[in-house]
Design a protein around this ligand. Structure first.
Ligand code: ATP
Length: 217
């Protein structure tokens, strides 16, 4: 994100890609304005939160009019740097990693998995989609050549911290961690953790214990 967005609270910043995707859909369907109630219904964020989020970037809707879709679209595109593609490396080409390599992130996003790494000789040297798989021995050299700021971890838990240490040494700035491991990183490295097993367990817990409340958290 560019510097103008630095003052936006982190919780708001995390919702920007969600808003952006929906605004893109509205724009391509020819809609010119949208109310916070409509946005709220579509993205499942309450309308007070949407109004507060939008107030941070000066998109003040008018009562009875809503927000101007073109204005919102250009704001989001600029803020999320949509014109610039960010290179991503994927570490661990197992079941989950392979699914990510086959998924076209560019469809809705400005990121592209450029390169993948694994230790398994049978996988090294192959391509999945158009993404080449390199051996972990070549991690540092390859990342330096390609200028990759973000890595996705889809390796076994035990390998997560040692590989993270190598990624930090290789100048990676952000890690999307799909392993159950909690990672230690220096303060200037950002880690987002997605533990699919925990998310599923938590969903099942909520279904059992709060069956009548469908509010998305
Ligand atoms: P698979 O069915 O291919 O084994 P999986 O997702 O069930 O997939 P995992 O044991 O989670 O298997 O491993 C995921 C991938 O990470 C595998 O392709 C494995 O070869 C790779 N891997 C394991 N250790 C490392 C490591 N130290 N560095 C990089 N990749 C690794």
């Amino acid at each position: 994100m560019n510097n103008d967005s630095m003052k936006i609270p982190q919780a708001t910043a995390k919702r920007l890609p969600l808003y952006y995707r929906f605004i893109q859909n509205l724009h391509s369907s020819g809609k010119q304005r949208v109310s916070s109630a409509e946005l709220s219904e579509a993205v499942k964020v309450d309308s007070a939160t949407i109004r507060r989020d939008f107030s941070y970037f000066g998109a003040l809707g008018k009562k009875g009019y809503g927000y101007n879709v073109s204005y919102l679209l250009s704001f989001f595109r600029k803020t999320l740097d949509q014109d610039e593609v960010t290179n991503v490396a994927l570490i661990g080409v197992g079941n989950l990693g392979t699914a990510f390599l086959n998924y076209n992130f560019l469809k809705n996003n400005n990121t592209k998995i450029q390169v993948a790494f694994d230790v398994e000789e049978s996988k090294v040297g192959k391509k999945i989609g158009d993404v080449p798989i390199y051996h972990m021995d070549d991690l540092e050299k390859t990342l330096a050549d390609l200028q990759v700021p973000v890595a996705i971890l889809t390796i076994p838990q035990a390998a997560a911290q040692p590989i993270t240490d190598r990624l930090v040494g290789a100048d990676i700035k952000g890690i999307l961690n799909f392993t159950p491991a909690r990672l230690n990183v220096p303060p200037d490295i950002r880690v987002h953790h997605i533990d699919l097993a925990i998310e599923l367990q938590s969903l099942v817990y909520f279904l059992k214990n709060y069956p009548d409340e469908s509010v998305e958290k």
